[in-house]
Design a binder for this molecule. Structure first.
Ligand code: PMP
Length: 386
């Protein structure tokens, strides 16, 4: 039987990340591969006293108490954003998908960082987006390159992850944030700012959302509770400029009516409690230790093999390898020895700007395993370079 699928479905290939994650479920594997929060750091989920009140269908925009808390948080970050501009989503991944539905017709141009979040390449690719990568450095993209790319391509929007970026861990300087906002305001190109890592912060850095600096360009800001609490809840949110909001709500309705109500109610209760502040402080303390453990291990084993910056927040180290190695072959060898990581190349939206690289997650493995895993990776790399 020949299956007749939509062009959209035919474009989807399996995700390298999901394939690797399957292997990392094996006992004994040291995994630097996923973007997983540490299970032992997640708060306990106690739904007592909530479930029965939330059995009925609810509002597509989300539960009022949770929307109120989100609006307060975003206003505190300097964004002019009322509660009526907040839409609760099933993870911020749904926010990326809704943005695709909102803006992307076949062959629409999209500007994004090179490298960028793999699942955004996939989600927007489904709608036929054509990508142009903007070279990403440790302090952000180059606003002049952005201006030139906008003039040349007239993109449907620009998608950026300015704070503790996935995959690089990079964080834009305040100067670049302001300069990017200026370019977008002058050209009226919408900004999609994806910001799921902002609260995982281990060293003080500027991280005002670029959306807070915009004066006239349309914008969508994507947030998530996955890294802050538990990804299994599947609760995230978006905020948008007023002219975009009604369409985003209609698209959400067409997708899944509304986000899981019990998870939203639990979050509203948790975020409003003192337990939340304690949880956040503990989580960031543990992740900071793991970041430091990875930095120390890299200094011991990788100085001749790669260049990197210790990230001020988020979940990843990004290694630019000094050799022209085949990182997929390296991954195969590493998996044989029970260590997993993500090759960097799939994170580049096009071949432009691509270089041999690794993404290493530091939140999931315990510090002693971090040292062991990094030493093993270096050993394999040194062996293959001989
Ligand atoms: N955007 C970025 C940049 C991410 O790294 C992730 C998760 N890895 C997501 C969106 C999706 O997160 P979630 O759907 O769990 O909120």
């Amino acid at each position: 039987m020949t299956l007749r699928l939509s062009r959209r479905a035919a474009r989807l290939t399996s995700s390298l990340i999901r394939d690797i994650l399957q292997v990392t479920q094996r006992p004994g594997v040291i995994s630097f591969a996923g973007g997983l929060p540490a299970t032992e750091v997640m708060p306990p989920l106690n739904f007592e006293g909530l479930a029965d009140d939330y059995r009925q269908y609810g509002p597509s925009e989300g539960e009022p108490a949770l929307r109120g808390l989100i609006a307060q948080k975003l206003s505190g970050l300097g964004m002019s954003c009322g509660v009526d501009q907040i839409l609760v989503t099933s993870g911020s991944q749904q926010g990326v998908d809704l943005v695709g539905k909102l803006f992307v017709d076949e062959d629409a141009k999209v500007l994004l960082e090179a490298p960028t979040y793999l699942a955004t390449i996939q989600a927007l690719g489904v709608y036929g987006a054509v990508f142009k990568g903007l070279r990403l450095a440790a302090d952000g993209i180059d606003p002049d390159e952005l201006r030139r790319a906008i003039a040349y391509r007239r993109p449907a929007f620009v998608y950026l992850i300015p704070t503790f970026q996935n995959p690089s861990g990079f964080c834009y300087t305040d100067e670049i944030r302001r300069a990017v906002a200026k370019v977008l305001d002058e050209t009226d190109i919408p900004l999609i700012e994806d910001d799921p890592y902002r609260d995982l912060v281990y060293s003080p850095v500027d991280r005002t959302p670029i959306c807070a600096y915009l004066e006239r360009a349309p914008w969508v800001y994507l947030g998530s509770f996955s890294k802050l609490t538990a990804p299994g809840l599947r609760v995230g949110y978006l905020a948008s400029s007023r002219e975009l909001f009604p369409s985003l709500v209609r698209l959400k309705q067409a997708s899944d009516l509304h986000t899981n109500r019990i998870g939203q109610a639990w979050l509203a209760r948790f975020l409003g409690s003192t337990e939340f502040d304690e949880h956040l402080a503990r989580m960031n303390r543990i992740y900071a230790e793991r970041r430091d453990a990875m930095q120390a291990a890299l200094m011991r084993h990788f100085e001749a093999l790669a260049e990197w910056r210790a990230p001020a927040g988020g979940l990843f180290f990004w290694l630019r390898l000094t050799c022209e190695c085949d990182t997929l072959a390296l991954l195969r060898q590493a998996l044989e020895r029970n260590v997993a990581f993500m090759p960097g190349e799939p994170f580049f939206p096009t071949p432009a700007h691509r270089y041999p690289s690794l993404r290493l997650n530091f939140s999931h493995a315990a510090p002693e395993n971090i040292e062991r895993g990094i030493a093993l990776l270096a050993e394999i790399l040194n062996g293959s370079a001989e």
